[in-house]
Design a protein around this ligand. Structure first.
Ligand code: SF4
Length: 619
């Protein structure tokens, strides 16, 4: 039964009328790609393990979806996690999980590829495979079943998902995904076994086939060693990065959804990587070294995307926009376009220390939205520990500039539970918020905008793989709650609002962020119990998770509460991100001494990324 007919047959209006936001399930949006499945060699279902509005905001998916569809031999379609009401309808009416473009069941595809952006989406991946009727365990898949692959930042510790994923792609996908497609086309024509195909792809740089490795544990649960079980598989899997961003694929048209999505705008990726070296930040390490697109290339892309979408906003995306070397020149060029087109230009992540009022005034002529600053820690001592090279003076100077410029909504992002943190550091967060408020009242009444709002938001520190803090313990749920309550007790002014993250959720995220293969069984048990949409507080069921750990005889605190010795074999040690363990250990020790490390543009600190990429990071 043909795609749209299939959807129309199965997903009748009757069903769509029973679910929230039915637009999530109908596809056919502007710039979505439609091909005749019989005309292509490979069908790739790009899976985002969350709802449509979240997935459609993901830049990586936009890039790889259009890149694959620009190939004649591939038909790439999208699949998202159906919301709970739709899942209920699908199970009731025996409707397998289908792709948005054709409406065909994804179990009929050659590949189902998941992007791993957040550890709390893992239960959705298993639930989507279950809804699709695809065996959860890679070992139970046979000829005719799609190959399940995955990539994205969480893939840098792939082990908790090792039992479910046929192969992972480490690093940036543009080149490696095309190489995998080429290998698959050859394999499909050769008519080999699934193992033949996996032996082919495991020799492509960046591809990790977990079933070709075995892990042996010590009595205390730590890893004794990891061994290859297939000699075609590499000892170490080297991440892939794109050297020349200007000459790498970036779509000139993107899908424009019918419904509002989280990031509903043109996202212009100006560079990858970051030079700052904040010690809690995984992205700052795994995307090294820094590579920029030129303003000319970015302007050409912006013009094409504006023409193809009619979007009313362009936002510059990177890990630290104010570090882009040609920011003034780029914004000048973009402002000509945005003024002409009467659309908005958004500069999301600006560092506290380089906040330039002039730039913000230029950019937000059309509409002044709230400003966000991320001091991360409440005292200079702790900011030095995490190497967040900004000072109280920087923050007060920037917010004062902002208040003088007419802004009156300021968001301040912090983390609690950081290594070496004391209650004094937690109180420091309240003190900074009060200093920001005071800065507002230093601006003459006639110059400042009426009604100031300061929002303090604290996330809980989650130690991540490939960071200097990968060996550090996470605070317990009780300790995090104590600190949240302590901070709350210090913020008494109504003009300062305080939001905090749910400690049990951060605990579970930390378990999977540094977990090993023993967690696969727990994940499968939790999915059986109905755990899904764990990232959504209304569906996160901590008790069910703890039951699952219990029933599987796995202690989750083993992964969070222990300070790990530097000699311990870590579950992700078989992955090479360029940055060396020696550099991370050195940074960890400097953190404990409260010493800072200058950012790369000041001087190279020899993290290893340059050697990885053949020489220099910056000309
Ligand atoms: S090699 Fe040096 S310049 Fe390059 S990312 Fe590492 S520390 Fe920075």
């Amino acid at each position: 039964m043909e795609g749209e007919d299939f959807v129309k047959q199965k997903i009748s209006d009757k069903i769509l009328s029973k679910v929230q936001k039915p637009t999530r399930y109908i596809g056919n949006e502007w710039n979505s790609v439609h091909k005749d499945p019989k005309e292509v060699e490979m069908r790739f279902a790009f899976g985002f393990p969350d709802i449509y509005e979240v997935g459609m905001s993901h830049l990586g998916m936009k890039i790889l979806y259009h890149m694959l569809n620009d190939r004649q031999d591939v038909y790439c379609e999208r699949v998202f996690a159906p919301w709970v009401d739709m899942e209920e309808q699908m199970r009731q009416h025996h409707i397998p999980l289908f792709a948005l473009e054709s409406g065909d069941p994804i179990s009929e595809f050659d590949f189902v590829g998941f992007t791993l952006q957040y550890e709390m989406s893992y239960s959705n991946i298993l639930n989507m495979l279950d809804l699709a009727g695809i065996p959860l365990m890679a070992s139970e898949r046979e000829k005719g079943h799609p190959f399940i692959c995955a990539g994205g930042p969480c893939a840098y510790n792939p082990e908790p998902l090792a039992a479910f994923i046929d192969f992972f792609m480490m690093g940036e996908g543009e080149e490696v995904l095309n190489e995998v497609m080429d290998a698959y086309a050859e394999w499909k024509r050769s008519g080999g076994t699934r193992t033949d195909f996996l032996e082919r792809v495991c020799q492509i740089e960046g591809v990790y086939v977990p079933q070709f490795y075995d892990v042996a544990y010590n009595g205390d649960g730590t890893i004794h060693h990891m061994i290859r079980t297939n000699e075609k598989a590499p000892e170490k899997i080297k991440k892939r990065i794109i050297k020349d961003l200007d000459h790498t694929y970036f779509p000139r048209e993107i899908i424009v959804p019918f419904m509002e999505i989280v990031h509903d705008r043109i996202m212009l990726e100006i560079f990858r990587g970051c030079t700052r070296g904040c010690r809690f930040c995984q992205a700052g390490i795994i995307y090294r070294p820094v590579r920029e697109r030129t303003p000319q290339k970015l302007l050409e892309i912006a013009k094409a995307l504006n023409k193809a979408t009619g979007y009313e906003e362009i936002s510059l995306s990177s890990l630290s926009t104010s570090d882009y070397t040609a920011l003034e020149g780029l914004t000048e060029g973009l402002l000509d376009l945005t003024e002409q087109e009467k659309i908005n230009l958004a500069l999301p992540s600006l560092r506290v220390d380089s906040f330039s009022l002039a730039l913000m005034n230029k950019v937000q002529k059309v509409r002044k939205s709230g400003l966000t600053f991320a001091p991360e820690a409440g005292t200079q001592r702790l900011r030095d520990v995490i190497n967040k090279g900004v000072t109280e003076e920087d923050l007060v100077k920037s917010v004062t500039l902002a208040f003088e410029g007419g802004w009156n909504n300021v968001k301040l992002y912090f983390m609690i539970g950081l290594p070496t943190e004391t209650l004094e550091d937690v109180e420091g967060i309240a003190n900074l918020a009060y200093q920001v408020l005071d800065a507002y009242f230093t601006v003459p009444k006639e110059q400042r905008n009426r009604g100031v709002n300061v929002t303090v938001s604290t996330s809980s520190f989650v130690p991540k793989a490939f960071t200097p803090f990968q060996w550090h313990a996470q605070d317990t749920i009780e300790q995090l709650r104590e600190k949240q309550a302590h901070l709350k007790s210090k913020i008494k002014n109504k003009k300062i609002k305080y939001n905090w993250h749910d400690a049990p959720l951060s605990f579970l995220e930390a378990v999977f962020a540094r977990g090993d293969r023993k967690l696969s069984e727990v994940l499968a048990r939790a999915q059986e119990k109905g755990c899904r949409f764990d990232g959504w507080s209304e569906y996160f069921d901590y008790e069910k998770w703890m039951e699952s750990f219990d029933e599987c005889g796995v202690d989750p605190h083993f992964y969070t509460a222990r300070k790990r010795p530097y000699e311990e074999i870590l579950p992700w040690d078989h992955i090479d991100v360029g940055v060396t363990k020696k550099f991370l250990i050195n940074e960890s020790e400097k953190a404990l001494r409260g010493e800072t490390t200058p950012h790369c543009r000041q001087n190279c600190t020899g993290c290893g990324a340059a050697v990885f990429e053949g020489g220099v990071c910056f000309e």
